[in-house]
Design a protein around this ligand. Sequence first.
Ligand code: UFG
Length: 327
Amino acid sequence: MAILVTGGAGYIGSHMTYALVDRGEKVVVLDNLSTGVLGLVSPEARFVEGTIGEPGVIDSVLSQHEIEAVVHFAGSIVVPESVANPSKYYRNNTAASAALIEACVRHGVRNFIFSSTAAVYGMPQETVVPEDITPAPINPYGRSKLMTEWMLQDVSHAHDFRFVALRYFNVAGADPAGRTGQSTPNATHLIKRACQTALGHYPYLEIFGQDFDTPDGTGVRDYIHVSDLVAAHLLALDHLRGGGASNIFNVGYGQGFSVRQVVSAVEAVTGKPVPVRESPRRLGDPGMLVADSSRLQDRLKWKPEHNDLKGIIRTAYEWERRLNSRV
Ligand code: UFG
């Protein structure tokens, strides 16, 4: 039996694929390489190039391989793009997930792990967010993911099908072994962007908003190392395999850092200056978003091992230097 990883050539999916093959699992990766990179896929995984929503693609993968569980990363992830082009998000995230879930039911695949997001919370009143507040996404990206969570819940009630949805906070860092990392061109995420600025790719880093209700006025986020995020997926897989119930879990450390704190940490780790420029807030950015991940720790016994901002930055920076040396 094999695990199907959709989006396995992407940032998080490629880390998950390595983690699975490292523990001896058989893995089939399905990715259309629209943003993924073939070179990031573990050579020990079986790679299939294809788009989930296209007729026949999923049926063919599920018929040709004995798939025991699906870990679904494939999708579009850029919030401002989702505002400009919502249909793309409802097609690539919601409609593609609907097709995938339906095919799983048809082929008797009963275990499903879904890559959800803290964007389902929108702008919560709570600064440390538990899973059971009412989700209120403020952009099509968040809505497209929340709709998939709802589909999973409904399908799990109607069929012999269980799921775990993991709501990621701010994922950063790279494989400590240096095999894969965030390679998306023009990525907008803070830690990657700050590392690129330290390396001279950009003349300065924009700080979006200095008047939030936070200790230094800049946005506060819960940055989590991709290896700890992947560990949560492995625990979710074991949970489902062991007959565990469907559930939704936040994945974050419960500790926030401001943009200015991240910039200082990048300067300390790299030994290079990160020039900054103060810019207006980005549309829809909450001031503070930090995970209450006690459910994940209690129910799945998740124990973070890389909860160290400088360590996260070190792996992100190492990966960035590796990408540099390839061009
Ligand atoms: N920021 C800057 N300058 C930059 C980039 C980011 O000041 O160049 C700030 C943002 O304003 C925010 C913080 O750094 O305060 C983090 O921003 P990111 O773009 O790294 O991440 P977001 O919190 O905006 O988004 C992340 C994921 C989304 C997900 C969201 C859920 O990237 O996919 O968390 O909250 F939807």
